[in-house]
Design a protein around this ligand. Structure first.
Ligand code: NDP
Length: 239
């Protein structure tokens, strides 16, 4: 039997890319979204539509998902992964960076949900993974706005889960600790970057994007009547 469509936002690097490879190996058709189309296409995954979408533009998100559903049928799984981390101390940081993170990490995530949730409810089936962070559970200095958005993801996710549980739709919050990806590259303070890298060394290094992809695959492949609501995944030595 052919496998259903999986949509992954932010699949051009890091966790999203690893998740895309994992679902593709399992035989799913994919819709991959990001702004760096060349990076999506370089993955060369079969049965895959790659679309240049800025997740903060709701019309682009909706159009790409509608197009993929025409080709591959309804979305059974959305991995709401696109994210931005710009660290900075509250008294120093340019508030534009706060806007950027709110737009991508919260509004973008909501737009993904909006595009698929109605169909999932009607079909009484589907799974949405919302990628939060341990920074969505506890605070860290220099992470004020980032933590704010990720605490928000936990709130959105858990509220939506309550809302759609009766329709047999699974909402899963994934909270990774430090993962080795390009995420830190958007922070402008070299001091904060150096501290972060030093901290990663002190915990024996960050975990790999594939570790998160393996966890998502495990949760997705549980029967539809079993919902692992939240997973916190980190390096063993991360506190
Ligand atoms: P990366 O920077 O490697 O990946 C981020 C992805 O998000 C890229 O594919 C990027 O694509 C996409 N993205 C960013 N802005 C937009 C936008 N406006 N429109 C569309 N796509 C966008 O980092 P990670 O893989 O680490 O991050 C993935 C998720 O995991 C994020 O939500 C992050 O907060 C979360 N996370 C990561 C942790 C870590 O330590 N790495 C820890 C905890 C959570 P492009 O630039 O091509 O648009």
């Amino acid at each position: 039997m052919s496998k259903p469509l999986v949509v992954i936002t932010g699949a051009s690097s890091g966790i999203g890319e690893a998740v895309a490879r994992q679902f593709s190996e399992a035989g799913h058709p994919l819709l991959l979204l990001a702004r760096r189309l060349d990076r999506l296409e370089a993955l060369k995954l079969p049965n895959t539509l790659c679309r240049m979408v800025d997740i903060t533009k709701r019309d682009q998100v909706e159009a790409a998902i509608a197009e993929a559903e025409k080709v591959y049928g309804p979305v059974d799984c959305l991995v709401n992964n696109a994210g931005l981390m710009q660290l900075g101390m509250a008294h120093e940081q340019d508030p534009q960076e706060w806007d950027n993170m709110i737009d991508v990490n919260m509004k973008g995530l909501l737009y993904g949900i909006h595009a698929v949730i109605g169909g999932m409810r009607e079909r009484k089936s589907g799974t949405i993974f919302n990628i939060s962070s341990i920074a969505g559970i506890k605070g860290f200095p220099s992470h004020m706005a980032y933590c704010g958005t990720k605490f928000g993801v936990h709130g959105i996710s858990e509220t939506l889960r309550e809302e759609v549980a009766d329709d047999n739709v699974r909402i899963v919050t994934i909270a990774p600790g430090a993962v080795e990806t390009e995420l830190l590259g958007h922070t402008t303070s070299s001091d904060i970057i150096a501290n972060y890298e030093g901290w990663k060394q002190s915990i024996g290094g960050a975990i790999a994007a594939k570790d998160i992809a393996d966890s998502i695959s495990f949760v997705y492949n549980m029967p539809q009547n079993v919902c692992i609501r939240e997973l916190v995944i980190s390096a063993t030595r991360q506190q």
